[in-house]
Design a binder for this molecule. Structure first.
Ligand SMILES: CC(C)(COP(=O)(O)OP(=O)(O)OC[C@H]1O[C@@H](n2cnc3c(N)ncnc32)[C@H](O)[C@@H]1OP(=O)(O)O)[C@@H](O)C(=O)NCCC(=O)NCCS
Length: 168
């Protein structure tokens, strides 16, 4: 699906961003690992992406032209889903890519039977926290000293009642 981002009057999105969402393939692993190293201080190794793809976990890619602009990794078990990873390349940030990936993941996890979706986020990660808050995620727990490089607390966020929210 092609997604067209509307122009905004505040100037933050001064060009329309065209991107499409699709399932990742093994051919994307190098690009995903490269973005991962760019945006995270404690990145997943390539093997984590390879294993995610091999194990049938949901791995979505946002593609802009021939370039991978972002990705999301999520899984579900019974009636719970979990977003494991989400990143957008710095050059494509603030253009709706992250929100589109997360919205698509919520739809797909809901379609697989998830009633609630969980994720972990660094307490200081304002960008991600705002994105998730806008999608209805709320904090349900805090884990001190959870992350390394640097050591920091994790907030556990949950979005509940997915089916109800989709119909709203
Ligand atoms: C967090 C991240 C995925 C957001 O992706 P993005 O494509 O830039 O986000 P979007 O353009 O879809 O923004 C959606 C909303 O998130 C919030 N947001 C995004 N970036 C923000 C920033 N830098 N500061 C404050 N709020 C921000 C805003 O509420 C935004 O809505 P708005 O543009 O209407 O104000 C991206 O910044 C990123 O890859 N960061 C590094 C990796 C990371 O932290 N991943 C999340 C781990 S849990």
């Amino acid at each position: 699906m092609a997604v067209r981002r509307r122009r905004r009057r505040d100037g933050r999105h001064d060009t329309d961003a065209h991107f499409r969402l699709r399932p990742a393939t093994a051919a994307d692993v190098d690009a995903l690992a490269a973005i991962e190293r760019t945006v995270f201080s404690d990145p997943w190794p390539r093997s984590d992406f390879r294993e995610s793809l091999a194990s049938g976990v949901l791995v979505l890619v946002a593609e802009a032209g021939n370039e991978v602009a972002g990705y999301l990794v999520a899984r579900s078990a019974a009636d719970e889903g979990e977003i494991l990873n989400l990143a957008v390349t710095p050059t494509h940030q603030r253009r709706g890519v992250g929100r589109a990936l997360a919205e698509r993941a919520l739809e797909q996890l809901s379609a697989r039977g998830a009633q609630a979706v969980y994720l972990e986020v660094r307490e200081s990660n304002v960008a991600a926290r705002r994105l998730y808050e806008g999608l209805g995620f709320e904090p349900v727990a805090r884990r001190p000293n959870y992350y390394r490089h640097p050591v920091e607390a994790a907030l556990i966020l949950r979005a509940a009642n997915l089916a109800g929210r989709r119909g709203a």
